[in-house]
Design a protein. Structure first.
Length: 168
């Protein structure tokens, strides 16, 4: 038995790899980075996940045609008159907050639209961003009222004056 056979025990943490400490360490000279190449020098940045090794990236290979309404399109929660009849009592005042509490209009959206699908048997006061003709007819036929919530006003900008820089 000699010192090479001694059991060192279970270590809790593996020791740090010490590179560039001479040929005896096994990680000297190029410090385990190989000779030359993209990753050999310090400060080499890892490419983005879209990088394909110099090949033309997929995004640039795909043809770009058409356009999307996504930038200006509005997303509305759609609620039917029949659902209002099921969830609310006679004489209730219904707005976007009340619809969110009941779960009929949950999540982010630009407003609420009331559609005329279903039967209405109660007198309701409904506030929403939009109504269909059939929804208005059904609500008013039972003695209820509809109120359209106006959209937010666009900011007025003086085109003769340049915009102020944002204060930070």
């Amino acid at each position: 038995m000699d010192l090479t056979n001694i059991h060192h025990g279970v270590t809790r943490r593996t020791r740090k790899k010490r590179v560039g400490r001479g040929p005896g360490s096994g990680h000297g000279k190029t410090s385990s980075r190989g000779a030359k190449g993209q990753w050999a020098s310090a400060g080499a940045k890892k490419p983005r996940w879209t990088y394909e090794g110099g090949q033309m990236p997929l995004f640039r290979r795909i043809p770009k045609r058409g356009f999307s309404h996504e930038t200006w399109d509005k997303k509305y929660h759609v609620v039917n008159v029949g659902d209002l009849n099921d969830y609310f009592a006679d004489g209730a005042v219904i707005g976007p907050d009340e619809l969110a509490k009941t779960g009929l209009a949950r999540g982010p959206a630009d407003g609420v639209r009331i559609l005329g699908d279903g039967e209405l048997t109660k007198k309701l006061t409904v506030r929403a961003h939009g109504f269909t003709k059939s929804a208005v007819e059904k609500i008013t036929a039972k003695g209820g009222t509809t109120e359209v919530i106006p959209p937010p006003k666009k900011p007025v900008r003086n085109k003769m004056k340049p915009r102020q820089a944002a204060k930070t």
